[in-house]
Design a protein around this ligand. Structure first.
Ligand code: NDP
Length: 338
């Protein structure tokens, strides 16, 4: 086999605001040769996530920041092209940290990639979305930290996005009243008409605070927080006593470089239980949860929506869609064909 070319985005400079192409070197080199215990993987789908922006920065974070000169970190799915490992067979689909490149090496041990079952009845990209890390984030944040009860009001922000849309659907499956906050009328209609939410609040409308009050006449029992800032504060001010708040993300602050703040008075007065989490906290329970998400998906109870961008070369500009609200559901880059 001739050695294929491997295009890679390497971080050149840390963004101070929006992500620009100039923050990366886009270089081409021969794909690496797998050593003993390794496999060569051709990347098919790259997951674009708000956390990519965090990893590019040197803010306090849950993994080391991507070093200057390093291939940009990113989750993805690929196919094994060549293997020197018993763990990986040629043709296997694998999932893990592929990086922003055409080819990567899969290792064994603690950094091993997950091998997906053959003949999966689920589209590959959904394994990055509703049935993958995105779905798992929604699942554990909502069910373990939010602990919603039948009939309670669950509110989720960034509700038409990847995690938010799954949170709302799981809350419906669990018999809750679900309110979503999203930007624009079209996304709000999507929440109501296609995902079955009970109410939607358009935070880009001038009367969004009134909309929020009208949508939550009995207050809010669980706030699945994805956004932070003034939306979070307005939501917290409507929470019921002893409400729960899984703190999943604060995307409104990621580009600012400023510390992400919250008003603690609502937490005290309403005795809100706030817990930050990272999906990997629940790693030992991923297999059973993935099974449940996949079952809901195959039963038609959990919809996977995605926004697909074609071409690895689009990755830096495409991440900004997450900050502009340009995506609906999971944002992925198709790097090569299935
Ligand atoms: P999404 O698909 O939800 O995309 C981000 C969405 O956020 C956009 O579509 C946009 O929707 C909304 N948004 C962006 N900026 C703002 C803003 N300033 N104010 C209000 N809304 C805004 O991304 P994900 O589902 O991947 O991530 C959602 C959140 O979950 C993020 O905070 C992310 O960091 C977090 N996360 C946390 C994980 C964990 O383990 N803790 C794992 C995965 C994600 P709109 O058009 O409605 O404005």
């Amino acid at each position: 086999m001739t050695v294929p070319e491997n295009r890679q985005f390497r971080l050149k400079a840390r963004p101070t605001g929006r992500i620009e192409r100039s923050h990366f070197d886009f270089a081409t080199q021969p794909a690496p040769e797998p050593g003993p215990g390794q496999a060569l993987v051709r990347v098919q789908y790259l997951s674009l996530d708000p956390t990519n922006r965090i990893w590019m920065s040197d803010m306090d974070q849950y993994m080391p920041p991507v070093a200057i000169g390093e291939v940009m970190r990113g989750g993805g799915i690929g196919v094994v092209m060549k293997s020197e490992s018993d763990r990986y067979q040629v043709g296997d689909h694998v999932m893990g940290l592929t990086g922003w490149q055409d080819y990567c090496l899969a290792d064994e041990g603690e950094n091993a990639m997950a091998v997906l079952p053959a003949n999966l009845p689920i589209p590959l990209s959904a394994m990055l979305g509703a049935c993958g890390m995105t779905g798992l984030t929604a699942y554990f944040g909502l069910l373990e930290i939010g602990r919603p009860q039948v009939g309670e009001t669950v509110l989720v922000s960034a509700a038409a996005g990847a995690v938010g849309s799954v949170v709302g659907q799981i809350a419906k499956i669990r018999g809750c009243r679900v309110v979503g906050i999203a930007g624009g009328e079209a996304k709000c209609r999507y929440l109501l008409d296609e995902l079955g939410f009970d109410a939607a609040v358009d935070y880009k409308a001038s009367d969004w605070r009134e909309q929020l009050a009208a949508a939550t006449p009995d207050g809010i029992d669980v706030n699945f927080e994805n956004v932070g800032g003034e939306i979070m504060e307005a939501v917290m001010a409507r929470m019921n006593l002893f409400g729960r708040m899984p703190l999943c993300g604060m995307i409104s602050g990621y580009n600012s470089g400023e510390p992400m703040r919250a008003d603690f008075s609502s937490i005290l007065m309403r005795r809100i239980e706030v817990r930050g989490f990272i999906v990997s906290d629940f790693m030992d329970r991923f297999p059973a949860a993935t099974q449940e998400l996949a079952t809901w998906y195959l039963e038609g109870r959990l919809k996977h929506q995605e926004t697909v961008i074609d071409g690895l070369e689009q990755a830096p500009e495409a991440v900004n869609l997450l900050f502009d609200g340009g995506n609906r559901g999971k944002l992925v880059v198709r790097v090569s064909d299935d």
